[in-house]
Write a protein that binds this ligand. Structure first.
Ligand SMILES: Cc1cc2nc3c(=O)[nH]c(=O)nc-3n(C[C@H](O)[C@H](O)[C@H](O)COP(=O)(O)O)c2cc1C
Length: 310
């Protein structure tokens, strides 16, 4: 069966987030409350196809069996490298591959990749075709346009003409970054366009969704699935089917689990791990003082000592 067709309407995805959704954090989210699908952080096809960068790329594609279904996400500008990388991902056992065409990072855009591809739709189409040669279902994650919201119709028409297996739309332009409210009002028109051009494409909506229940209205409008990114920072249990309150102990246990996994996979350096502490040490009396102490720690052992004293 087509990979994307196995999921029921309203299915959920943890958004790919560079520097966040690595192998450790994905497992933390899986333990708290699993989404239906995970994505890897995005990985440059340039690195994957070069001797020098391959090691880093392979790190990003390291996944545990328990994380499946998981979709690796790739980005770049050279069609032939998409073919080669997608072939390798197929060989490694991944069920599908996603192409990033929405990243607004200026370094990425300067190469012409990520949301830079919105300005070169012919290259974007060529990349989809090249990735498809590997035989995996190819999906695209993008934004509404580069600088104007009304670019959406032309841009998405071009993408849909390539019949991607799935299309995730972060409902903002590149220029809007995450500064304005997501344009949910466009969902019905986007669904109609998709049904017109490529009815078999699975449509996923993304942007500011905090809980699957909040997005039920988008499924009623015709979207197939929802993707949540920063919502996990506010509530790591956000994918719970039946939401309930979680006490301090559960959050601290989750943080301990994260520390264990960071150590197990030898992820380094230590400091980036501190960005996550706000997720766990939050919303209870004394949380900000504890966080301050945790910010002074120099390694996982010191962080564990603080948790032990709580
Ligand atoms: C720290 C961070 C890293 C991100 N890295 C990626 C990435 O690697 N690939 C990608 O497609 N989007 C990336 N995004 C965008 C998210 O996947 C998502 O589209 C965006 O955050 C909007 O969804 P949200 O409002 O649910 O967070 C990143 C976002 C953040 C905050």
């Amino acid at each position: 069966m087509d990979f994307w067709k196995q999921f029921k309407p309203g299915f959920t995805i943890l958004a790919p987030m560079e520097g966040v959704t690595d192998i450790a954090f994905r497992q933390v989210v899986a333990k708290a409350a699993r989404p239906d699908i995970f994505y890897t952080e995005f990985t440059n096809v340039n690195s994957y196809t070069s001797e020098k960068g391959r090691h880093n790329a392979l790190e990003r594609f390291r996944v545990e069996e328990s994380e499946y279904p998981i979709v690796p996400q790739i980005w770049g500008t050279k069609p032939e490298m998409f073919t080669e990388t997608a072939q390798a991902l197929k060989k490694a056992g991944f069920p599908a591959v996603d192409i990033n065409m929405g990243c607004p990072d200026r370094h990425v855009v300067a190469t012409g990749g990520g949301s830079g591809l919105i300005r070169t739709p012919e290259l974007a189409a060529e990349i989809i075709r090249a990735a498809k040669l590997a035989g995996l279902p190819v999906s695209v994650k993008t934004r509404l346009g580069y600088s104007r919201v009304d670019e959406w119709r032309g841009w998405l028409t071009g993408l849909l003409q390539e019949t991607p297996a799935a299309l995730t739309i972060h409902l903002r332009t590149k220029k809007e970054m995450s500064k304005v409210a997501a344009h949910y009002e466009l969902i019905p028109e986007i669904v109609a366009l998709k049904n017109d051009i490529s009815p078999d494409t699975t449509l996923i909506v993304n942007g500011d969704i905090e809980r699957p229940a909040d997005a039920q209205q988008f499924i009623e409008m015709g979207a197939d699935g929802i993707m949540i990114g920063r919502g996990v920072f506010h509530n790591p249990f956000c994918f719970e089917k039946t939401p309930r309150a979680h006490d301090r102990e559960e959050l601290i246990d989750l943080m301990r689990y994260h520390l264990d996994l960071y150590e197990k996979y030898q992820l380094s350096p230590y400091d980036p791990l501190k960005h996550f502490y706000k997720i766990y040490i939050n919303n209870f009396p004394g949380a900000s003082e504890i966080r301050e102490c945790l910010m002074q720690t120099k390694n996982i052992t010191e962080a564990r000592l603080i948790l032990d004293q709580l």
